[in-house]
Design a protein around this ligand. Structure first.
Ligand code: G4P
Length: 532
């Protein structure tokens, strides 16, 4: 077990990700959080907008050309002495399987919703992934400085569409031009919104009220608005339950905050609750047993591999989430899948774009390892124990292309290149049973361009894509393998093998898939797969 100092380090860590539909304000919130917290280090980058400290990455020409970041950022900052690891999730065109997988490496998520738009498509998708792991969720409803949907309607929408119980912690007082601030239901305090003329002015006036009716006495607020907020708050007291930490930790109840990231209003409320309620690094299930973060022996798993992070280095980095024990420079680790022991003296993190070696790291932290093609996503590292962490699956792709070579003689190189790229999680590769096509599957469309670009630069292969009639994919499994054999016999045209030789059904339409699900109740059509 840990000594007392290590336990303090463990308990002061929170590891979370921010998820949202593009343009809801994720980048703005990240910037404000780093501003409010004492930033320690950033790994990778956040989207390069304005603030040069978080310079845009330039390790891939495709990123330069499109002005986006294809990579993940890991930022570390402290807030009120709590150390926060914030894992950025690729969001715009760079949305990919990585975005999903990062959610498997965090202990909590902050969901950002644009108050004028409500729940959008990407938010729905991401929440369904967090629900696979029952990850606790905090919700921030952003852009209250603009005209917004009615707050109660927004909460209704979250409850219905995301199947989450909402619990408002702050409550907005009007919106848009009339936005007055928020009432903090738990602190019984009114936080007044002051239009900030000077961006550095972050000290927000707070007025405390022992009784709701005292709000009327607040001369700064229009009487009609005071009346409305009192009515709404009374309704809230009747409708919503008390905070139940267990439901929050199980991912079924979300505390909700309102504010404006752009005006730096309300982010401090979220951070204060995050450090209070979000769990410190948690137990993690392996194929053999649950691993306690307080265990003395080091364990960790790889959730992301990033190629070409720095043109100067031209290498691949494996991102490892530490589950238990402690990383110390020079530690001897067991790479379980390869059954090899390695000494790690050069795990690193980044500071404003530059790498730096780290001496020590704790559960919840993410460290970068050099990877010369031997580390795969999902790999487990231990100090000798032969276990494999679960819950780092492959996700069924949502877009498909058939890849064709300009020069058919490069088929062998193409296969090799695709194996490596799929091991990094850049793309998934499928081999149909009935023909010699090679089908690529991805979650975000940009991955297809990245693959063509990297095949050209790194493997000297010129290839292009052909459209295919596939809408979605599901891995098939059954308790009785005869069922699978029969299914394949009858529908081999739509079945392929993935790079780990699992059978996957490539459906031409949702209707087709639903017919199959109905017709073959003994077969499971799985959205994720985990290779043990
Ligand atoms: P994202 O990372 O989720 O995609 O969103 P991002 O923070 O980039 O915000 C998208 C746009 O919304 C930005 O405007 C940003 O300034 C604006 N925004 C974010 N939070 C708020 C808010 O609380 N209130 C208002 N009114 N706007 C907000 P942009 O014009 O696209 O970019 P920029 O020129 O401001 O950088």
């Amino acid at each position: 077990m840990f000594n007392i100092n290590d336990e303090i380090e463990l308990n002061r860590r929170r590891t979370f990700a921010i998820i949202s539909h593009p343009d809801a304000g994720k980048t703005t919130i990240t910037e404000k959080m780093l501003f409010l917290g004492k930033m320690i280090r950033t790994s990778g980058t956040i989207k390069g907008r304005g603030n040069k400290k978080f310079a845009k990455s330039d390790w891939m020409s495709i990123e330069k050309a499109r002005g986006i970041s294809v990579t993940t950022s890991i930022m570390q900052f402290t807030y009120k002495n709590i150390l926060i690891n914030l894992l950025d999730t690729p969001g715009h065109e760079d949305f990919s399987e990585d975005t999903y997988r990062i959610l498997t490496a965090v202990d909590c998520c902050l969901v950002v919703i644009d108050a004028a738009k409500g729940i959008e498509e990407r938010t729905r998708k991401l929440i369904s992934i967090t629900q696979l792991n029952k990850t606790p969720i905090i919700t921030f409803i952003n852009k209250l400085d603009r005209d917004s949907l009615n707050a109660i309607d927004l909460l209704d929408q979250i409850e219905k569409e995301l199947k989450l119980t909402c619990l408002p912690i702050t409550w907005p007082i009007s919106c848009g031009k009339n936005f007055q601030g928020v009432y903090h239901i738990y602190d019984k305090a009114m936080h007044l919104y002051v239009k900030m003329i000077n961006k550095k002015n972050n000290i927000l006036p707070v007025e405390h009220f022992s009784k709701l009716s005292d709000i009327f006495l607040n001369k700064k607020m229009d009487l009609n608005i005071s009346l409305q907020i009192c009515e709404e708050l009374q309704l809230i007291h009747q409708i919503y339950p008390a905070f139940d930490k267990n439901c929050f930790l199980q991912g079924s109840l979300t505390p909700v905050f309102f504010g404006s990231a752009l005006k730096n209003f309300g982010i401090n409320h979220v951070l204060t609750s995050l450090i209070k309620w979000a769990p410190p690094p948690l137990y993690r299930q392996s194929n053999m047993r649950k691993v306690d973060p307080k265990e003395k022996n080091f364990t960790g798993f790889i959730f992301k591999i990033q190629a070409n992070m720095d043109l100067k280095h031209r290498d691949r980095i494996a991102f490892m989430r530490i589950v238990s024990g402690q990383y110390k420079k020079g530690i001897k680790l067991r790479h379980v899948r390869r059954k090899k022991n390695i000494i790690i003296s050069d795990a690193f993190s980044f500071l404003a774009g530059d790498r730096f070696l780290i001496e020590k790291a704790y559960p919840g932290d993410v460290i970068g390892l050099h990877n010369h093609g031997t580390i795969k996503i999902g790999d487990t590292f231990t100090q000798g124990e032969e276990i494999k962490f679960l819950g780092i699956p492959s996700f069924a792709p949502e877009m498909f292309r058939s890849i064709i070579l300009y020069n058919p003689l490069q088929k062998k190189q193409l296969k090799k290149g695709l194996i490596q790229l799929s091991e990094e999680g850049a793309v998934q590769v499928f081999y149909p049973l009935n023909n010699n096509d090679i089908i690529l599957g991805a979650i975000g469309v940009l991955q297809f361009d990245v693959v063509i670009e990297r095949l050209r630069i790194e493997y000297k292969i010129d290839a292009m894509y052909k459209k295919v009639n596939i809408i979605l994919a599901r891995w098939i499994s059954s308790k009785n393998t005869d069922n699978i054999d029969l299914f394949i016999k009858q529908h081999s045209f739509y079945v392929a093998l993935d790079s780990s030789n699992n059978f996957i059904y490539l459906a031409p339409s949702i209707i087709n898939l639903n017919i199959m699900i109905e017709k073959y109740p003994e077969i499971l059509f799985n959205r994720t797969i985990e290779n043990l």
